[in-house]
Design a protein around this ligand. Structure first.
Ligand SMILES: Nc1ncnc2c1ncn2[C@@H]1O[C@H](COP(=O)(O)OP(=O)(O)O)[C@@H](O)[C@H]1O
Ligand SMILES: [Mg+2]
Length: 273
C-alpha cells in the first residue's frame, strides 16, 4: 500500500477561553492518499479551519497523531515543522492574503525566498506558476489591479510554486461570486487532473460536488466520509436541484405550449396576429 499523504488519528484540539475550554476537534481520524481531491464540509464552527490549520502545520493538535508523507509531525521542533510546511504544503485562504503593494510575480515568489531549494531561478519559477493558473499576462499587476478571481489565482500560484505534495484551501471561493467560483473550482479540478493532492473546505454543495470525496464534520468530529457520487446528502442536493430544473423546464414548456395555441387560433380565424 502506498504511503498516504495524510494520516491522522485521534486528533483533538482544545482552545482555552478564560475558564472555558472549547473542544474544536474531538477525535478526528482521516487518511488521504496521493492525488485525492477531498472536500471538507460542515456548519460554521464545526472545526473545519482548525483541522485545515493542523493539516497545514500552521497549528498543532492538543493530542493525536499526524503523519505527513510518512513523517510523524508531533515530535518536530517549531523550526523543523516550518520547514516541512514550506516544502510539503501549499495553503490558499478565503481572503487571498496577498501583499498589497507587491506585484503578482513577487507575491508568488515569496515562498521561494524562505526555501533555499530554488534560490536559483526564483523569478522564472514564479512566472511559470502564474502561467499555470492562466495569469501569464498579469505578472506585474498588483492585487488592487486584479479581479477577485485573479487574486485567488495569484494565491493559488503562490501555493503551488514550491511544488507541494498537498494543496489545502480553506473556503477558497467564499469571497467570490458564483461564476468566478466555478472558474476557480475548475482550476482546482485541472490541478487535480495534473496529479495534485487537494483538500478544500467549502459549505457549498455544488462546489463540493467537484471533489471526489466529501468529509463532513459536526461539533469537531467526522460524521460522514463518502465518495461524492454516493454521499447521501450530496445525492439529495442533486435530486432537489434536478427537480427544481425539471419544474423550471416544465413551466417553460407550459409557457411555450400556449403560444402554438394562440397561433393556431390565429390560423383558424385567418388573422395574422
Ligand atoms: N483561536 C481560537 N481560540 C478559541 N476558540 C477558537 C479558536 N479558533 C477556533 N475556535 C473555536 O473552535 C470551534 C471551531 O472553529 P473553526 O475551526 O474555525 O470552525 P469552522 O472553520 O468550521 O467554522 C469554534 O467553536 C470556534 O469558536
Ligand atoms: Mg472556517
Amino acid at each position: 500500500m502506498p504511503t498516504p499523504v495524510i494520516e491522522i488519528s485521534g486528533i483533538t484540539k482544545a482552545y482555552k477561553m478564560g475558564e472555558e475550554v472549547v473542544g474544536a476537534l474531538r477525535g478526528v481520524d482521516l487518511r488521504i492518499d496521493r492525488n485525492e481531491f477531498v472536500a471538507v464540509m460542515g456548519a460554521s464552527g464545526s472545526g473545519k479551519s482548525t483541522l485545515m490549520n493542523i493539516l497545514g502545520c500552521l497549528d498543532r493538535p492538543t493530542s493525536g497523531r499526524y503523519i505527513l508523507n510518512g513523517q510523524a509531525t508531533e515530535k518536530l521542533s517549531a523550526g523543523a515543522l516550518a520547514q516541512v510546511r514550506n516544502k510539503e504544503i501549499g495553503f490558499v485562504f478565503q481572503t487571498f492574503e496577498l501583499l498589497p503593494r507587491s506585484t503578482a510575480v513577487v507575491n508568488v515568489a515569496l515562498p521561494l525566498v524562505y526555501s533555499r531549494k530554488f534560490w536559483w531561478g526564483t523569478a522564472r519559477r514564479a512566472r511559470e506558476a502564474l502561467k499555470s493558473v492562466g495569469l501569464g499576462d498579469r505578472m506585474t499587476h498588483r492585487p488592487n489591479q486584479l479581479s477577485g478571481g485573479q487574486r485567488q489565482r495569484v494565491a493559488i500560484a503562490r501555493a503551488l510554486v514550491n511544488e507541494p505534495s498537498l494543496l489545502l484551501a480553506d473556503e477558497p471561493t467564499g469571497n467570490l461570486d458564483s461564476k468566478t467560483s466555478e472558474e476557480i473550482i475548475a482550476l482546482f479540478r485541472d490541478l487535480h487532473q495534473r496529479g495534485q493532492t487537494i483538500v478544500i473546505v467549502t459549505h457549498e454543495e455544488d462546489i463540493a460536488g467537484h471533489a471526489q470525496r466529501i468529509v463532513r464534520l459536526r461539533d469537531g468530529k467526522v460524521v460522514s466520509d463518502f465518495p461524492t457520487a454516493t454521499d447521501p446528502v450530496h445525492r439529495d442536493f442533486l435530486d432537489r436541484a434536478a427537480q427544481a430544473s425539471a419544474r423550471a423546464a416544465g413551466q417553460a414548456a407550459v409557457g411555450s405550449e400556449s403560444r402554438p395555441t394562440h397561433e393556431s387560433r390565429a390560423a383558424q380565424t385567418g388573422g395574422s396576429a
